[in-house]
Design a protein around this ligand. Structure first.
Ligand SMILES: [Zn+2]
Length: 859
């Protein structure tokens, strides 16, 4: 029915000026038009039964419309389901191009990968001027105008009467992901629809503009999917990135919404730009921005560029594509969360959903247009990017060696490399020299069979460099996100940077064998990462009794560090099929236990010693709800359910007062502000529970809040400067220029930097670690050393800053204090973890510390 509109518009002037006779002819033409296309493509309004913008379209209806378009325009549109969300909603991609291109879609994809040097036959790549534009909508669920714009965009691309789009599609394949986060979108849309009246109330104070906890921004587990592109901790991202790497588009747009008073934002992005971003990537961003501006100028719409949204942290929908050879961009419309169907803005205008989606629709088409018009150059530069990547890898190192010693922290890093299509190989035994990431010094070190080498001269060169650089160079210190993420620190692996390539790597590794027969005495397993903890979690759930070694020991010629897990036959005499159950637990956790034939160990305490302690199966509760940081709570929830696979009970803080705590062994308080702590009775109730043997694990601001009460821990305040010394000097430091106010604020800011924590790894909270831990510091909170009745397990001494931006004042404060500690209280403990040890679930190295707190401390 698109034809009807086209015909009507084309002949509008004719109708107006028509005599009766002419009008009859026009009517005849109109009727014939309708007849020819009567069975074909319907507009969104015809299909949905309402005008786009009048209502929010639930996810299943978005899918239905995309299915309709792929059927009605099957020669131009192909729809593919690429996965499913945690709440079982389908994830789709639509491929749209000219009928000729659609016939050879697979050949176009393969040629594109050859241009990116990502296939063996890369020499066969052709510069045929065909480009790929990937449009991603609604990664944040409560930024809903973008999926509505996706509907309008696919219609405009498939609509036979739209001659512009037909022209562009001759040399362009458009890939549309109509909704990256269906669970979050439906959470928002269902909530909004349930609280709004028959007509929207544009008063921003009415309830339809104020979402309840946790809001629709995130996915099922409260994860921000626009922070997850590189790490791929969430199922939505895992499915998407697999497809993304099969296509590697030249242009990628991530559609968002921001506060409803903000004008539209599009490329070029703001500083800081990461230094790997090429001049062409900067140049074409600007060209795209200017083309968007042309349409916005025509309508008189407000917009801004070059501010706020930078290109640095590698896990966004703009930076990840950028570090993979694309022009990656974020577009932001005003209206997220509080926009509703209509809202009155601060300049007393009414912003409607229809306005918002129309803006996103306009930039969608303008971006496709400018890419198509410059296709030959875009493709040429894309090829150059990947040729440079394999030929002239820049940066501090030419290769990085990762030691396999850290058990499953290493295997998890290897998985991350695979998920990002990063090339790597295994080393042989040998001796090399390079910069040690942990010390920052040049050292000679030994390689073993199975250590990993990543050479920088590979298609993913820039991505590897960004993920592995020790310190990230900021072109500007005012950034939107964390400024340090170097993977050897985040994963807690031993790594060395080399100034030469390592060309003797091998691809295959010998398989390790699991003990086939049941051992006569015990199984032992190393305690060195999430997989070890997952193994323990599985054992405990199967009713198998496990112990941990408080001291290191040797058996069967192997050294087992503190925290190693032991399963003795004696303690499990009543467990049927013990061997089968241990094998199943080990398999699911990807752990290989060692069979031990005697309790008499070669070094250390025997397996029957009291120093080998029983692990009781803890019942764990997590506080959630209003006041609790939704991302922080989500990280723990996701960790227990999806990674550790251990049951966890979620309790809303409002219900805590009427919860029977007797049956709970561990309560986790994520980052947040807890109102109940200002209620004396409730605080006493919680304290009593700890004194009777409970374990309270407090993280981030929960620690800060406890430090203001009577819980033992106290914040470290800044030391008073000796005023007398500077008495005579006039202090002009208070005189500040107004225009520098944002810069001045930075001296006491820390957007996320890496600090070296000294560990007492003889305490169970630090079992499985060396004597240092690299923490992501996102605030300047630091605590006094615990003087009595507790343990200072992780502390900052002086010169602890490793990587990332930290303001001058923050740097002064962050030294000589406690970050991780245990306070004994009656028969129980309070465990303080001042930083986020699970940050976005990619801070792999912190996961074991949380497991130590849950399973080992206080046992
Ligand atoms: Zn957003």
């Amino acid at each position: 029915m698109g034809c009807f509109l086209f015909c009507a518009l084309s002949y509008l002037h004719a109708i107006i000026e028509a005599h009766m006779k002419k009008l009859l002819i026009v009517s005849y033409l109109l009727v014939s038009c309708i007849c020819i296309h009567a069975q074909s493509l319907q507009s969104p309004q015809q299909f949905l039964g309402y005008k786009l913008g009048d209502r929010f379209t639930p996810h299943h209806k978005i899918v239905e419309y995309f299915k309709h378009v792929s059927q009605a325009a099957s020669n131009m549109v192909k729809l593919e389901q690429y996965g499913e969300t945690y709440e079982h909603r389908p994830l789709y991609l639509a491929y749209i191009s000219s009928p000729e291109n659609m016939q050879k879609l697979e050949a176009i994809r393969m040629n594109n990968l050859r241009l990116a040097n990502s296939t063996r036959d890369r020499a066969a790549a052709m510069e045929d001027g065909t480009v790929i534009v990937w449009l991603s909508y609604n990664v944040h669920g409560n930024e809903p105008s973008s999926s509505e714009a996706a509907i309008k965009t696919i219609h405009a691309l498939a609509d036979p009467s739209n001659t512009n789009t037909k022209q562009w599609l001759k040399n362009t394949v458009v890939i549309i992901d109509p909704c990256l986060n269906p669970d979050g979108r439906d959470r928002y849309v269902n909530w909004y629809t349930s609280v709004a009246g028959t007509k929207p109330n544009a008063d921003p104070q009415s309830r339809e503009h104020l979402e309840p906890w946790p809001g629709g921004r995130t996915n099922h587990y409260n994860f921000d999917l626009n922070r997850d592109w590189a790490w791929q901790t969430q199922v939505e991202t895992q499915h998407r990135i697999k497809k993304y790497n099969e296509w590697l588009p030249q242009v990628h747009v991530d559609f968002h919404e921001q506060g409803y008073n903000e004008p539209y934002y599009f490329a070029p992005a703001a500083e800081p730009f990461h230094e790997v971003i090429t001049p062409w990537q900067r140049e074409f961003q600007t060209m795209i921005g200017k083309n968007n501006a042309k349409y916005f100028d025509r309508e008189g719409w407000l917009y801004f560029t070059k501010e706020r949204f930078d290109l640095f942290y590698p896990s966004y929908g703009d930076t990840y594509p950028t570090y993979n050879g694309a022009i990656g961009m974020t577009y932001e419309q005003g209206g997220h969360s509080r926009g509703g169907l209509a809202v009155i803005t601060e300049d007393e205008d009414t912003l409607t959903l229809a306005d918002r989606l129309h803006h996103h629709f306009t930039t969608s088409l303008a971006t496709i247009e400018v890419t198509s018009l410059n296709a030959a150059r875009v493709q040429k530069e894309f090829r150059k990017y990947f040729n440079d990547a394999i030929n002239v890898a820049a940066g501090e190192f030419k290769s990085v060696i990762i030691k396999a010693d850290e058990g499953d922290r290493f295997t998890r890093l290897e998985k991350l490399l695979k998920n990002n299509s990063i090339d790597y190989a295994y080393t042989n035994a040998g001796t090399l020299s390079g910069i040690n990431y942990a010390t920052g010094k040049s050292e000679t070190f030994k390689t073993n069979v199975g250590d990993i080498v990543i050479n920088m001269n590979q298609p993913k060169s820039n991505l590897v460099r960004v993920l592995f650089e020790r310190t990230s160079k900021l072109s500007d210190s005012a950034t939107y996100d964390i400024t340090a993420w170097s993977l050897p620190y985040a994963y807690g692996v031993q790594a060395y940077g080399l100034t030469s390539y390592f060309n003797n790597g091998t691809q295959a590794l010998p398989d390790q064998a699991f003990p086939s027969a049941a051992p006569s005495y015990a199984y032992a397993a190393h305690w060195n990462g999430l997989n070890s903890a997952k193994f323990l979690a599985q054992l405990l759930q199967k009713g198998i009794r496990a112990r941990y070694a408080e001291q290191s020991f040797s058996a069967k010629g192997q050294n087992f560090e503190k925290g190693s897990i032991l399963i003795t036959r004696a303690a499990n005499a009543n467990v049927s099929d013990l061997h089968t159950k241990v094998v199943a637990a080990a398999d699911s956790a990807n752990v290989i236990p060692v069979a031990i034939e005697s309790g008499f160990v070669e070094k250390g305490f025997d397996l029957g010693s009291g120093r080998v302690r029983i692990i009781r199966t803890p019942k764990v509760a997590l506080l959630t709800g209003a006041g609790v940081g939704s991302n922080a709570a989500g990280e723990i929830w996701h960790f227990f359910e999806q990674q550790l696979q251990y049951p966890i009970t979620l309790i809303n803080t409002d219900d805590l007062g009427r919860t029977t705590l007797d049956e709970i062994d561990v309560i986790i308080m994520p980052d947040g502000f807890y109102r109940f702590l200002s209620d004396k009775n409730q605080t006493e109730q919680l304290k009593n529970w700890v004194q009777q043997g409970g374990r309270l694990i407090a993280l981030e601001n929960a620690v800060a809040q406890l430090s203001r009460g009577e819980w033992g821990i106290k914040a470290k305040t800044e030391e008073k400067k000796d005023d007398k010394k500077d008495e005579k000097k006039e202090d002009y430091s208070l005189l500040k220029r107004y225009e520098n106010r944002e810069r001045d604020y930075l001296t006491s800011s820390i957007p996320g930097s890496i600090y070296k924590v000294q560990l007492d790894n003889s305490h169970p909270l630090a079992f499985g670690y060396s004597d240092v831990y690299f923490t992501l510091k996102q605030d300047d909170n630091i605590y006094q050393f615990i003087a009595e009745g507790g343990w200072n397990v992780g502390v900052l001494k002086k010169d602890a800053h490793v990587s990332g931006f930290a303001g001058v004042k923050t740097k002064e404060k962050l030294r000589d204090g406690l970050l991780f500690g245990v306070q004994n209280m009656g028969r129980g403990n309070v465990i303080y973890l001042a930083d986020d040890v699970l940050f976005r679930s990619f801070w792999e190295n912190g996961k074991l510390m949380l497991c130590n707190a849950v399973f080992l401390v206080g046992q």
